[in-house]
Ligand binder design. Structure first.
Ligand SMILES: C[S@@+](CC[C@H](N)C(=O)[O-])C[C@H]1O[C@@H](n2cnc3c(N)ncnc32)[C@H](O)[C@@H]1O
Length: 229
């Protein structure tokens, strides 16, 4: 696929980041490539934290399929609407999905839930999935938070050191108690995830058939329990 570089919106740093992620999504040989496997029964797919729609563009196009991307970032959504007309772009947050119950067969979210309240987001995902609907998530391990903490410390960016300490604390709380809190200064919610913490949060939200793969990427897949909401 040819990537268009001429944009109707001014290309912000954020959009540039998502364009580089689109290039990775389109390159199966890239070590950073991690994509959900779709099946023919996936007629309606939601991508939470879709950016410009890169994951849906790269792996989900098929005739008659409903593709919806949701993000909190207006610039990305505007770029996506201008370039990828086959995707519906919706503004919203993972914690409060603006869709009816059972609207989707598959929900994917590639490194976006770490920036949300995981418990609330998983309950919302379960609500908008139909019976036996599936979820595919890529997440952040502690190693990423630790690397960011050390980088900020090296730069003497003490404001960010404090925020990274919050992310580490929040991830530990999610692991130990299944709870999170927002950073008081900016009300952001961010954490790292653990296999144990994700398994417990997914079960609590009504998911079964939970599979967790750790390696280059941290991937969780699960299926909504029949009748669960
Ligand atoms: C690291 S980017 C990943 C983008 C894309 N999924 C990918 O894999 O390339 C995280 C995205 O999640 C979005 N995001 C952050 N917090 C969110 C929330 N609470 N609800 C929905 N989207 C969120 C950001 O605006 C950003 O586009």
């Amino acid at each position: 696929m040819e990537l268009e570089t001429d944009s109707l919106v001014t290309e912000t740093t954020t959009v540039s980041y998502h364009l580089s992620e689109l290039a990775i999504a389109l390159d199966p040989d890239s070590p950073r490539h991690a994509m959900p496997q779709l099946v023919a029964g996936d007629r309606a797919i939601l991508d939470i934290g879709c950016g410009i729609g890169q994951t849906l563009v790269a792996c989900a196009q098929a005739p008659g399929r409903r593709l919806v991307g949701l993000d909190i970032d207006h610039d990305c959504l505007t770029y996506g609407r201008q370039h990828f007309g086959h995707i519906e772009f919706v503004h919203g947050t993972a914690e409060q999905l603006p869709f009816r119950e059972g609207a989707f067969d598959l929900v994917v979210s590639r490194v976006a839930l770490p920036y949300s309240d995981i418990g609330r987001s998983l309950h919302e995902i379960a609500r908008v999935l139909g019976s036996d609907g599936r979820v595919w998530l890529s997440l952040h391990s502690f190693a990423k938070t630790w690397a960011e903490f050390k980088r900020s410390l090296g730069r003497r960016d003490y404001k960010d050191v404090l925020f990274r300490a919050y992310v580490a604390t929040n991830g530990s709380l999610l692991h130990c108690l299944g709870r999170q809190f927002r950073f008081p200064r900016n009300r952001r919610c961010e954490s790292f995830q653990t296999s144990w913490g994700m398994r417990r949060s997914l079960e609590k939200a009504g998911f079964t058939d939970i599979h967790i793969r750790r390696g280059e990427h941290f991937i969780c897949t699960a299926r909504k329990r029949g009748g669960a909401q």
